[in-house]
Design a protein around this ligand. Structure first.
Ligand code: T1G
Length: 707
């Protein structure tokens, strides 16, 4: 036994403790250590029962995901996996699994091979494998329905969300909840079952239901997976595997699961989702910011501007338990902001996301005010006023006057120059961009914008704070539109050109929806409000290169007052339930405008639509990488998945380009360059990587802090 596994005794009870920080991942070495410990305890007659427990903060959070890449790349052979170990545990003396923290994936599968499970009240249990594009691969789809029933097993394996210890007790996954000392409680439980015949999960069939009762369950689960996890293979594979458990003997069910597991593991979707899993952790690492940097306290906050974004941001702080002042210029604006907050919370309670008690406590943390009186006490301020340089610099001038030294002054601007905003203060080192995405209380992404003078403490503090706020913080450099919106501009540009060239709006949207985007670009415009983009285009018109083609139809539509959902019509008409209805009037208007502008009309394929819109993202992403505005390609991927509805199972635009093959992407971009001119000039980095036979995933940049 090595440091990973410790075998100790409490009289006739053997205790196996796993020590593989940070999450006791079930690596091959850990599995081997457990096997040896079980063997040793099995061969020792004085041992009457065994307790298995995780050392540190958790039980086992799953198989070691880092091993998968080694298997799919052929670097290590595809071994027998965990199945033999789990059978050995099930056939040994009574084993009590003592669960605290997380029992996820292979960790729960190991726990279910045990004869009994006891848990701390705050334990979480789940099969999250589908979120990695795989399915449980160690008989989880076979043992779980035998313990919790078919319906619950389907939900847990196909959706991948954990359940609480209390729910696990109710469904029979856990035999007892332990208050206080978990190990002591588990040993006491083991003492109670020692020497008695131990129930083997694989032999239990009482909860597997009947064909008649199960068939509608599987049909409903498939429909739900196709709707909620659109385009993903793993949820459907998980459903197939659980179905096999209800129709086949255990061993054969495991074979079906094994085949489906391998099919998923070697798929591009799984590689993409594992890229996203580690990517969400990697974006938190900023090369030039030392780990030991001082993190500034953020125990109180303030938001300036109670509009849609300001109200949502105030909810984010309150939801994290941080008291927040919410300031606006006049009472009616403040009342409107508070009313929206209350409406949003009410719908969260209705949808079961929050309890009324939680909401009542949170609302108490949001304090509406009309002046800057108490701003001297707050640790951080987020400005969320109208998107114009003048109102923002005016607010920052005020904040510089009223806020205490060391307070973080953040702007929620989505496009404006952070250095120019900072120049309105005497403390640019405390000024930073914190670009939330609408609705701020829902969207996970937080684009953190580093100005040329932004201090490392402020950056490190905001990166860490983003986790506390339930966000994925990604650090980006300061340029027009930062990373997300700067790329999105090119994506939308191409969608507008395609409409002008003859593709109808819903056809363009359908092509990108079928590709996997949460919503097409035109419907997204209608949702956000077409006037927002129109105002920004007008603000930057002077920067447009003469003679370079610019979309015309977007502006023409806005000139007619068609701003989208907010005006009942944009690219689509909207009914009273805000359902989008294709509008022949728009198609006709666009045709006229395009012909007036001399734009030839032609049939456009959905493949061309996808390539032009997605490769426009990739090409601009490559420019952003070479400028150091993004540190890594994965940072761009995480931004697009969490802020722009790019499908996670494709890994993000840069990973997707690597999957398609940069050579192929580059060739198409060169085709478009020849066809449409300089807007499609290939990014030098892309050309360079193709020449070197490299991928975006290999690119690592130093942050672009413009001197
Ligand atoms: N394998 C390898 N590394 C892991 C890991 C795992 N399963 N889980 C976490 N880590 C690393 C992570 O990369 C980070 O590293 C550090 O641990 C802390 O994690 C056979 C095949 C458990 C809820 O999908 O969801 O079992 O960045 O920052 O926020 O059927 O980690 O510090 O270098 O996320 O407190 C199924 C994955 C695997 C769970 C903790 N299990 N993990 O969250 O910490 S597949 C999962 C999580 C499987 C079987 C199949 C979360 C967490 P670093 P963290 P956290």
């Amino acid at each position: 036994m090595d440091d990973l596994i410790r075998l100790t005794r409490d009289h006739e009870i053997a205790i196996i403790t796993i020590n593989n920080p940070p999450v006791n991942a079930l690596s091959p070495a850990v599995a081997q250590g457990i096997a040896q410990a079980i063997e040793q305890a099995g061969n020792d007659e004085s041992v009457k029962a065994v307790v298995l427990i995780g050392g540190g903060r958790t039980f086992i959070a799953g198989a070691d995901i880092k091993e998968f890449g080694k298997i799919t790349s052929g670097r290590v052979p595809r071994g027998p996996g965990l199945l033999p170990l789990l059978l050995r545990i099930e056939d040994s003396k009574p084993v009590v699994m003592a669960i605290h923290g997380m029992a996820f994936g292979g960790g729960l599968e190991l726990a279910m091979a045990g004869h009994y499970r006891v848990a701390a009240a705050n334990a979480q249990l789940g099969q999250p494998e589908v979120k990695l594009g795989i399915i449980p691969g160690a008989a989880g789809t076979q043992r779980l329905p035998r313990l919790v029933g078919v319906a619950k097993a389907l939900e847990m394996c196909a959706e991948g969300n954990p359940i609480s210890a209390q729910q696990a007790l109710e469904f029979g996954l856990v035999d007892r909840l332990i208050d206080g000392d978990l190990l002591a409680g588990a040993v006491a439980f083991a003492r109670g079952v020692a020497g008695k015949p131990a129930p083997k999960t694989r032999e239990r069939n009482d909860k597997l239901g009947t064909l008649e009762r199960n068939t509608p369950l599987f049909a409903a689960a498939r429909d739900k997976a196709r709707l909620k996890q659109r385009g993903m293979r793993s949820p459907l594979a998980a459903i197939e595997a659980v179905e096999a458990a209800t129709k086949l003997p255990f061993e054969q069910g495991c074979e079906v699961e094994g085949k489906l597991f391998d099919e998923c593991l070697f798929s591009d979707q799984s590689k993409a989702l594992i890229h996203v899993f580690f990517g969400e952790r990697e974006v938190a690492k900023i090369p030039d910011i030392p780990k030991e940097i001082a993190i500034l306290p953020v125990n109180t906050a303030a938001v300036v501007g109670a509009g849609t974004m300001g109200g949502g941001i105030a909810m984010v702080f309150a939801n994290a338990g941080i008291p927040v002042l919410l300031k606006d210029a006049d009472q009616p604006a403040l009342d409107r902001g508070l009313a929206t907050i209350q409406k949003n919370y009410a719908s969260s309670v209705k949808r079961g996301r929050f309890t009324q008690q939680f909401v009542d406590e949170r609302l108490k943390l949001i304090r509406p005010i009309l002046n800057y009186d108490n701003f001297s006490d707050v640790d951080m301020v987020v400005e969320a006023v109208f998107e114009g340089m003048a109102p923002k610099t005016q607010v920052f001038g005020e904040l510089d006057r009223v806020c205490r030294k060391g307070a973080i002054l953040a702007s929620n601007t989505s496009t404006l120059n952070i250095d120019e905003i900072a120049s309105a203060t005497s403390r640019p080192e405390s000024v930073i961009g914190t670009h939330f995405f609408s609705p701020a209380n829902v969207m996970r992404l937080l684009e953190i914008v580093r100005g040329k003078s932004t201090g490392k403490e402020a950056i490190a503090t905001c990166m860490q704070l983003s986790r506390k706020l339930g966000k994925v913080g990604v650090l980006v450099g300061n340029c027009r539109g930062f990373v997300g919106n700067r790329m999105f501009h090119h994506y939308v540009r191409e969608s507008l050109f395609l409409v002008e060239e003859g593709a109808e709006p819903d056809y363009v949207d359908r092509a990108l929806y079928d590709f996997g985007m949460a919503l097409g670009p035109l419907a997204t415009g209608d949702l956000a409000g077409l006037d927002v983009g129109w105002r920004i285009r007008k603000e930057y018109r002077h920067l447009e290169k003469p003679g370079v083609r610019q979309p015309i139809v977007g502006d023409r539509l806005c000139e007619l007052g068609r701003f989208g959902q907010k005006t009942g019509a944009g690219w689509y008409k909207y009914d009273e339930n805000r359902r989008a209805i294709p509008d022949p009037e728009v198609n006709e208007l666009v045709r006229q405008w395009a012909i007036e502008a001399g734009i030839p009309q032609r049939k456009v394929s959905s493949q061309e639509i996808v390539e032009r819109c997605i490769y426009a993202l990739v090409n601009e992403g490559a420019r952003i990488l070479e400028e150091g505005i993004a540190l890594r390609a994965v940072d761009i991927d995480i931004i697009y998945i969490n802020g722009y509805g790019f499908p996670a199972h494709l890994g993000g635009p840069m990973w997707y380009a690597d999957t398609v093959g940069l050579k192929n992407v580059y060739q198409r971009i060169c085709d478009f360059h020849r066809q449409f001119g300089e807007l499609w000039e290939p990014a030098p980095l892309l050309k360079h990587l193709v020449e070197e036979g490299k991928t975006f995933a290999e690119v690592m940049r130093q942050p672009a802090v413009v001197a």
